[in-house]
Design a protein around this ligand. Structure first.
Ligand SMILES: Cc1ncc(COP(=O)(O)O)c(C=O)c1O
Length: 418
C-alpha cells in the first residue's frame, strides 16, 4: 500500500492543523432534546432538528400511512390495497414500498411523490414542486441544470458547500460576492456581460452563522439585472413563515423568486429535499437535473414520514415561537456574558472562538460536561473563525438550557474566550 502513503501525509497535515474530522455516533435518548453519545446521555445542542419533531414508527402510524396510500393509489388509478388488482396479486396491490426501485423517470415514481408534490407546491404558494433525494443532490442538480458553460453564477461567499459544488459542476463562471454584501453583488452584476444568462444563489439563513440573507434587496437586484434568483431555505423551512413555508413566504416574496429549494432533513427531521417554483422551471429541472434523472427516487416510505412531519409543522405554530424565543434568550445571555455570537439573528447561535485548537478543546470540555455541541472549523467557516455552533430546539426544557449556559460560560472563562 506504499502508493497510498500520500493519503497518510495529507491526514497528518490535517491533524497538525487541527482540521482532522471523524465520524461520531449518537442515538436518541428518552428525554426530550437529549441524545446518547459514547454511552452517556447529553443535551443535544448540535442538531438541525430545530422543532423537536419525533417520529415513532408504530402500528398507528403504519396503518394511517396505509390508509392514505390506499386513497392516493385509488385516485391515481394505480390500484389500491384490497382492490381487484390487489386481490389478484398484481403490482399495485402491495402496501407502502420502502425503496422506490428506480429513478422517477423510469419506474420509481410512486404515486405518493406526485401527490405530496402537489400538496407541497400549494403550501409553498408556487405552481409546482419536485422532490430530490437530498438537499445536496437538489443543489448540485438545480444549479448545474440552470447554469452552463457560457453562463454566470453569483454566489454568496458563505453559501453551503452543496451550492459551491453545484456551481463548479455547472461549469459556469462563478463570482462569489461578500456575505450579504449587496453593493458587492451589484458591482459584479453591473460589470457582467448583459447578454449572458445569470443566476444569483443564496442561503436564506446561513447555516454556520444564523444570519439572514437580505432577500428583498436580492429580489430587487435580480430584477434590475435580469438574473434568475435561487433561494436555499434549508435552515428556514419550518421555522419562518406563518405555517413554516420559509423566509421568502414570510416576506411575501415567493412569486418573485425563480427557484425555491429546501430540505426535509433539518426542521422536518427526515431526509430528502425539494425544488419549487413556476411549472416551466420544474419541467425544465425534470429534463435537465442530472441528480434527479440518474438517481433512485426518494423511498416512498420516507415521503409518508415527511408528510406527517409537514402536517405537524404547518399546524403547530407554537414550535416556531418556542424555538425563536429560546434562541433569543440563549443568544442574549451569551452576549451579556461576553461571547462573540457574530451576526446571529435566529435559531442558529455560534460562539466564535477563533483558533481551531481552542475550539476543539472547547468542544471536548462541553462533551465531558454532558453537552453535545460541535466545533466548526475551516474550511467550513473562514480561517480564524472556528466556533461552537449551538442550535436549541423548540422542545428543550428551559432548565436544561440554563444548565448548558452555565457550563458554556464557565468553560469560556477557563479557556479565556471571554
Ligand atoms: C444551506 C444548506 N443547503 C443544503 C444542505 C444539504 O442538505 P441535506 O443535508 O438534505 O443534503 C445543507 C445541509 O447542511 C445546508 O445547510
Amino acid at each position: 500500500m506504499d502508493h497510498l502513503q500520500w493519503m497518510r501525509g495529507e491526514l497528518d497535515r490535517l491533524a497538525a492543523a487541527g482540521q482532522a474530522r471523524a465520524l461520531t455516533e449518537s442515538a436518541r435518548a428518552r428525554r426530550e432534546g437529549w441524545i446518547i453519545r459514547n454511552g452517556r446521555s447529553m443535551l443535544n445542542l448540535a442538531s438541525n432538528h430545530y422543532l423537536g419533531l419525533h417520529h415513532e414508527v408504530n402500528e398507528d402510524v403504519m396503518s394511517r400511512w396505509n390508509d392514505y396510500a390506499d386513497r392516493i393509489r385509488a385516485e391515481s388509478g394505480s390500484g389500491a390495497v384490497g382492490s381487484e388488482a390487489g386481490k389478484s396479486g398484481e403490482p399495485g396491490g402491495s402496501p407502502i414500498r420502502t425503496g422506490a426501485t428506480a429513478s422517477r423517470l423510469i419506474v420509481g415514481g410512486d404515486p405518493i411523490l406526485g401527490s405530496f408534490e402537489r400538496e407541497f407546491a400549494a403550501y409553498k404558494g408556487t405552481e409546482a414542486c419536485l422532490i430530490f433525494g437530498s438537499g445536496y443532490m437538489a443543489n448540485i442538480g438545480i444549479i448545474s441544470a440552470l447554469a452552463g458553460r457560457n453562463d454566470l453564477v453569483f454566489s454568496d461567499k458563505y453559501n453551503h458547500a452543496s451550492i459551491v459544488d453545484g456551481a463548479i459542476l455547472s461549469r459556469a463562471k462563478v463570482f462569489r460576492y461578500r456575505n450579504r454584501d449587496m453593493n458587492h453583488l451589484e458591482q459584479l452584476l453591473r460589470k457582467a456581460d448583459p447578454a449572458k444568462r445569470k443566476l444569483v444563489v443564496t442561503d436564506s439563513v446561513f447555516s454556520m452563522d444564523g444570519s439572514i440573507a437580505p432577500l428583498r434587496e436580492l429580489v430587487e437586484l435580480k430584477e434590475r439585472y435580469g438574473a434568475m434568483l435561487m433561494v436555499d431555505e434549508a435552515h428556514s423551512g419550518g421555522v419562518f413563515g406563518l405555517r413554516g413555508e420559509g423566509l421568502a413566504g414570510e416576506l411575501g416574496l415567493t412569486q418573485r423568486i425563480d427557484v425555491h429549494m429546501g430540505t426535509f432533513s433539518k426542521a422536518y427531521g427526515c431526509y430528502g429535499a425539494y425544488a419549487s417554483g413556476p411549472a416551466l422551471v420544474i419541467d425544465y429541472l425534470i429534463n435537465k437535473a442530472r441528480s434527479l434523472i440518474y438517481s433512485t427516487a426518494l423511498p416512498p416510505m420516507l415521503v409518508y414520514a415527511i408528510r406527517d412531519q409537514w402536517n405537524i409543522i404547518r399546524t403547530e405554530g407554537w414550535r416556531r415561537d418556542a424555538l425563536l424565543r429560546k434562541a433569543d434568550w440563549l443568544r442574549g445571555e451569551l452576549r451579556s456574558a461576553g461571547f462573540d455570537t457574530g451576526d446571529s439573528e435566529c435559531h442558529i447561535v455560534p460562539v466564535i472562538v477563533g483558533d481551531n485548537e481552542r475550539s476543539l478543546v472547547f468542544g471536548s470540555k462541553l462533551q465531558e460536561a454532558g453537552i453535545a455541541a460541535v466545533p466548526i472549523r475551516p474550511p467550513t467557516v473562514p480561517e480564524g473563525s472556528a466556533r461552537i455552533r449551538l442550535t436549541p430546539m423548540a422542545t428543550h426544557r428551559d432548565d436544561d438550557l440554563r444548565m448548558a449556559l452555565d457550563i458554556i460560560v464557565s468553560i469560556g472563562l477557563e479557556l479565556g474566550v471571554i
